[in-house]
Design a protein around this ligand. Structure first.
Ligand code: SAH
Length: 256
């Protein structure tokens, strides 16, 4: 009998099932096993009905990847990853293990809406053109490397998105990032902070680099931070803050 074994590493978006792609939904429907960490599985609710669900905790990614490969030898397996599966997600480690072990298995990476897109959409249009993305987590990347990349990213003058911005154990990484940002940007530079985008408890704050210390407490591991680029501005209507805009450059070419 032919094996039905296959493995899909599926990005499920930032939270709400409304942000799940059609392909993600389809692949989930066809799965016998769904494996992932509890937070992400909880987002799927009724989509898990009738599936064998395997939960695994944060920090056990390598073990989870191995388990998904074992199960996928015989049955259709979905490995769930938050946001996009290939951006600080599970796709990398799963494919690394398939490559190293020489496992010949049909696999698919299903893209999802990543946190930078989710956060940007809530703030307005802060990432209209080029931008850079960095993670401030030093669990897998040494702090010296993160520091070097922060200088490189902010020196480009484009908006910078920070993932994993501030953990309880390492709050200083965020302070360091803001200090480096200040070497390249004026205190008036817009900063958008989005916590729990498209999830319960969603909250967005628009502030400036000069005033960031007042809202630093809002920044944690459920938050994505966007520091504006050289042309980024806060859209105001009188006292009212409407959003963050980075002009794409149409004003240099057209009258509107
Ligand atoms: N693969 C995920 C990122 C995982 S790293 C993706 O593509 O989005 C985890 C970090 O992503 C968090 O620390 C936070 O910075 C960001 N993040 C993930 N989901 C988020 C959400 N719903 N709202 C705000 N930030 C989020």
């Amino acid at each position: 009998m032919p094996s039905h074994g296959r493995l899909a590493i599926v990005g499920i978006g930032p939270g709400s099932p409304a942000q799940l792609t059609g392909r993600a939904r389809e692949v989930l429907e066809q799965a016998a096993y769904v494996i992932g960490n509890d937070t992400y599985l909880a987002q799927l609710g009724p989509l898990l009905e009738g599936k064998k669900v395997i939960t695994s905790s944060m920090g056990k990614e390598v073990e989870r990847a191995r388990r998904s490969i074992e199960l996928a030898r015989e049955a259709p397996v979905v490995m769930v990853s938050g946001g996009d599966a290939g951006i600080y997600g599970m796709a990398g480690i799963v494919l690394e293990i398939l490559e190293r072990d020489g496992v010949d298995l049909p696999w698919e990476v299903v893209p999802g809406i990543t946190a930078s897109q989710a956060a940007a959409s809530i703030l307005g249009s802060p990432l209209s053109g080029d931008f850079a993305t960095l993670s401030l987590s030093d669990l897998l990347t040494p702090l010296e490397v993160i520091e070097r990349r922060l200088h490189a990213a902010f020196s480009m003058g484009v908006p910078v998105v920070l993932y994993n911005p501030r953990s309880r154990g390492r709050p200083h990484n965020f302070a360091l990032a803001m200090e480096i940002a200040g070497e390249y940007r004026s205190p008036a530079t817009p900063v958008g902070i989005v916590r729990n985008a498209y999830r319960d408890g969603e909250e967005a704050v628009i502030t400036t680099l000069g005033e960031i210390s007042g809202v630093e407490g809002k920044v944690d591991m459920h938050t994505t931070v966007i520091v504006g680029g050289e042309e980024t501005r806060i859209w105001r209507n009188g006292e009212d803050v409407r959003g963050i805009i980075t002009p794409r450059g149409y004003h240099r070419k057209y009258l509107y």
